[in-house]
Design a protein. Structure first.
Length: 323
C-alpha cells in the first residue's frame, strides 16, 4: 500500500480541492423509516409500492407504501422533474453518480477524493468497488478513491460523522494537503439528519454554515500559511407531500447542489492572504449566503413488503490511502 504522500495527487502552491463523499442519501435516495434503517428509493421497490397503493393496500406497511408513492411524484431539481428520475436500479442512482463525477473532473489534477461513507469499511468493499467502477465509466478513466476517513470510529449519529471528517482534516492539513489555498467540499446527508441544533465539538449545528465553520476551524488547527474554504452540500430534505405525509429524506445530489459545487470549485482563491475573505459565488444581486463561501487563514477562531436489503448500510465499527 502506498504511503499517504505517495497516494496523494500532485499538489502545487495554488488551489487544492478535497471532496468528502458519503454514499447513502447522496448517490442514492432514501426515506427515513421510523425505528428502521432508511428505505432505499429503488426502482423495483418503488414500482411495487405503486402497484400496492393502486390496489388500496391497507397492510402493516401502508404508511411506508404511501410515502414511497408520494416521494416518486414530489418535485425535484428544476422544471417538472420528480424524485422518480433519481431512483436507483441497484444501490446507486446513475444520475447522481454522474453528478459526482462532474465534481471530480472539475477539481482537476489537484483534487483528492475521500470516501467518508459507511461504504469505506472492509465488509462493504464490493460496494466500494462498484461505486469506483461507476465513477470510472462517467469519468472515462479508471478511478479509485485516494483515501478514506478512519474505519475504526463509531458512527451512528450526525455529530460523529462530522467529527470524523473534522479530525481527518486536522490530521492531514499541512501534511498531505499542501496547497496554499484549500477548498473542502463535503457531500453528506448525516444519516438523514436535519441541521436542527445537535452538538459537535462544543458547537451547535443549527445550520449548514455552522458545520462549515466547525470544519474550517479543524482544518486550520495544524496548518500553517494556508487559507481554507469549506462548502457542505447537505443532501437532506424535510418534505411535506401533497397527500399530507411528512418525510425525512436523504435526497441525493440535487441540481441546485451541482450548481453550488461548480461555483465553489471554479471560484478563484483570494488574491490576498487576509483572513475571512468572503467570495461571492454569483455575480448577480440575488446571491444568498448559501451561494457564497468564506476563505479563512487561521487568524480567528428496511421494510418487509419491499424485502429490502437496504443500501443504507448500518454503521459498523488508520486512514487507508490508495487502497
Amino acid at each position: 500500500m502506498p504511503s499517504a504522500a505517495e497516494a496523494q495527487p500532485a499538489s502545487g502552491s495554488g488551489v487544492e480541492t478535497v471532496v468528502f463523499v458519503d454514499v447513502d442519501g447522496v448517490l442514492n435516495v432514501g426515506i427515513q423509516d421510523e425505528g428502521n434503517s432508511p428505505v432505499l428509493f429503488k426502482e423495483e421497490e418503488v414500482r411495487l409500492a405503486q402497484r400496492l397503493f393502486a390496489k388500496g393496500y391497507k397492510g402493516p406497511e401502508a404508511d411506508l407504501v404511501a410515502k414511497v408513492c408520494a416521494l416518486a411524484t414530489h418535485p425535484v431539481d428544476y422544471g417538472s422533474a420528480t424524485f422518480e428520475k433519481l431512483m436507483s436500479e441497484g444501490e446507486l442512482s446513475d444520475i447522481l453518480v454522474s453528478r459526482l463525477a462532474g465534481f471530480i473532473a472539475a477539481g482537476g489534477k489537484h483534487c483528492t477524493v475521500v470516501l467518508s461513507s459507511s461504504w469505506r469499511r472492509w465488509q462493504h468493499r464490493h460496494r466500494r468497488q462498484q461505486l469506483e467502477q461507476a465513477l470510472g465509466r462517467h469519468l472515462g478513466r479508471p478511478f479509485h478513491f485516494h483515501a478514506t476517513t478512519p474505519t475504526d470510529r463509531d458512527e451512528k449519529y450526525a455529530s460523529q460523522r462530522l467529527e470524523t471528517i473534522g479530525e481527518f482534516l486536522a490530521e492531514q492539513c499541512g501534511k498531505n494537503f499542501k496547497g496554499s489555498h484549500l477548498k473542502v467540499l463535503v457531500l453528506d446527508d448525516f444519516f438523514v439528519t436535519d441541521m436542527d441544533g445537535w452538538q459537535c465539538g462544543g458547537k451547535t449545528m443549527d445550520s449548514v454554515r455552522a458545520a462549515e465553520e466547525y470544519l474550517e476551524s479543524m482544518a486550520l488547527k495544524r496548518s500553517t500559511g494556508q487559507t481554507v474554504a469549506v462548502k457542505l452540500l447537505h443532501c437532506y430534505k424535510d418534505i411535506m407531500a401533497s397527500n399530507g405525509l411528512r418525510m425525512q429524506v436523504g435526497s441525493g445530489l440535487s441540481q441546485e447542489h451541482v450548481d453550488e459545487a461548480h461555483r465553489f470549485v471554479h471560484t478563484p482563491a483570494p488574491a490576498s492572504e487576509s483572513a475571512n475573505v468572503t467570495v461571492a459565488a454569483r455575480d448577480d444581486a440575488t446571491a444568498t449566503p448559501a451561494d457564497a463561501f468564506y476563505w479563512k487563514d487561521g487568524t480567528d477562531e428496511g421494510s418487509s413488503f419491499l424485502q429490502v436489503v437496504s443500501a443504507f448500510v448500518p454503521p459498523v465499527t488508520p486512514v487507508l490511502w490508495g487502497i
